[in-house]
Design a protein around this ligand. Structure first.
Ligand SMILES: [Zn+2]
Length: 357
C-alpha cells in the first residue's frame, strides 16, 4: 500500500492538495466526502440591505455619505454573489430612496429570504475609532438563527479584517427598553435583526469601517475599488457559509465523479512520487456557468510519452496497467458530452475536463 498523505484545503469550491510521504488516505474516500452534507433543493435567497437612503443620509464624515457608500457596497456584493450558481440576490433599495426599517424586512419576507445582510458604515464622536464589527442575532427566541447569523458574521468579519480593517469583533445588542419576542425573551436592539428573526431568517448588520476616522475613510471608503473590496468580502463570506456552488447537486453521478477523480489523482500521485522534491498536486473542481470543471495539475520527473495526442505513460512500474484508468475517465467524459485537454510543460502535467452540469 502506498503511503501518501493528502493535505486538503478548500478555497470556496477550489481545492489544492499537497502530497508528501506519510500516512494514507484513499482518493475515493476523500472525494466521497465532497458530497456529504445537506443540499438545498432551491437557490439561496440573499437580501442585501443598503443602509439608509433618500432623506436619511446615514453618517457623514470626511466628505463621504454613508447612504452612498452602502449602496455601492451592496451593488458590488450583489455582482460578486451573482457569479456563483444557486443564489438569488435581492436589494431592499436599488437607488437613493428612503425605505423604512419594517419595509426592508417586508421586502425580504416577500422574496422568502434565507438571509438578510444589512450594510452600514460606522461613525463615532471620537475620530480615533476605527475598524469593522458585525452584529448578529442574540440567542433568544429562535436560537438557530443566532447560530447561523454568528457563523455568517464571523466569516464576513474575517474577510474584512484580512483587508486590513481593525477587528472590533462580533457583537449582539439587546433591547434597551425591554422589548420582547413572542416567547417573552428579551428582543434584539436593532430593528432589522429583530424583524428578521421574527420573520424567520437570520439578519446581521455589517459595520464596515468608520466614516468619522480619516484613516478608515481614506483607506477603505474613498474609492470605488476600495468599496468593491468590501462588497466582495461580504459576498465571499455569504457564499462560504451558505455553501453556494455546492457540488452536491451535479448531474454527474457520484460513481462517475469518483471514477474521474480517483483515476486522475492516482495518476498524479504516482507521477509525483517519482519526484525527488517539489511533489505538488493541485485540483480544481468547480461548477461555473453550467459547466463542471475538473482539472488536475501535478509535477512529474520523467518523460511523458505522447501518442496521437494522448498520454501513453509516466509509469516505470506496472506500465502495462497504465491507460485503463484514463480510458474509464474518457468514457465518463463521453457519456456526459464533455471534453478534455491534456498538456505537459515545464515538468508540470495538466488534465482538464469540462462537462455540462
Ligand atoms: Zn448606518
Amino acid at each position: 500500500m502506498r503511503k501518501i498523505k493528502l493535505l486538503a484545503a478548500f478555497f470556496l469550491s477550489a481545492v489544492m492538495i499537497l502530497v508528501s510521504g506519510a500516512d494514507s488516505i484513499r482518493a475515493d474516500t476523500f472525494f466521497s466526502q465532497l458530497f456529504r452534507g445537506a443540499s438545498k433543493s432551491s437557490d439561496l435567497v440573499v437580501v442585501l440591505d443598503a443602509g439608509h437612503g433618500g432623506s436619511d443620509s446615514g453618517a457623514v464624515g470626511n466628505r463621504l455619505m454613508e447612504k452612498i457608500l452602502t449602496l455601492k457596497i451592496a451593488q458590488y456584493c450583489k455582482a460578486e454573489l451573482e457569479q456563483y450558481n444557486g443564489v438569488k440576490v435581492y436589494m431592499t433599495r436599488k437607488n437613493d430612496t428612503f425605505v423604512g426599517l419594517d419595509q426592508r424586512i417586508s421586502i425580504a419576507s416577500v422574496v422568502k429570504a434565507d438571509v438578510f445582510v444589512s450594510l452600514h458604515i460606522n461613525s463615532a464622536v471620537s475620530s480615533s475609532a476605527t475598524g469593522a464589527e458585525v452584529f448578529y442575532p442574540n440567542s433568544n427566541y429562535r436560537p438557530a438563527l443566532s447560530v447561523q447569523g454568528k457563523r455568517l458574521a464571523s466569516a464576513i468579519q474575517k474577510n474584512l479584517t484580512s483587508l486590513g480593517l481593525r477587528n472590533r469583533g462580533l457583537k449582539t445588542a439587546n433591547s434597551m427598553i425591554g422589548s420582547s419576542y413572542p416567547d417573552g425573551s428579551l428582543a434584539d436592539y436593532y430593528a432589522v435583526i429583530r424583524g428578521a428573526k421574527k420573520a424567520g431568517f437570520p439578519g446581521i448588520i455589517v459595520e464596515h469601517a468608520f466614516i468619522s476616522n480619516a484613516s478608515d475613510a481614506k483607506t477603505f471608503l474613498n474609492t470605488n475599488s476600495q468599496l468593491k473590496k468590501l462588497g466582495v468580502a461580504d459576498a465571499k463570506g455569504i457564499a462560504f457559509v451558505f455553501r453556494v456552488n455546492d457540488l452536491s447537486k451535479l448531474n454527474v453521478s457520484d460513481e462517475d465523479v469518483v471514477t474521474i477523480l480517483s483515476n486522475l489523482l492516482n495518476n498524479a500521485i504516482e507521477a509525483c512520487e517519482l519526484c525527488d522534491d517539489n511533489r505538488i498536486i493541485k485540483l480544481k473542481f468547480v461548477k461555473e456557468n453550467d459547466l463542471i470543471i475538473i482539472a488536475v495539475k501535478n509535477t512529474f520527473n520523467c518523460d511523458v510519452i505522447c501518442e496521437d495526442g494522448n498520454i501513453k505513460s509516466t509509469k516505470t512500474i506496472n506500465a502495462d496497467e497504465h491507460g485503463m484508468g484514463i480510458k474509464n475517465v474518457l468514457k465518463v467524459i463521453e457519456k456526459y458530452g464533455g471534453s478534455y485537454v491534456i498538456e505537459d510543460q515545464n515538468k508540470e502535467f495538466y488534465f482538464s475536463i469540462v462537462i455540462p452540469a
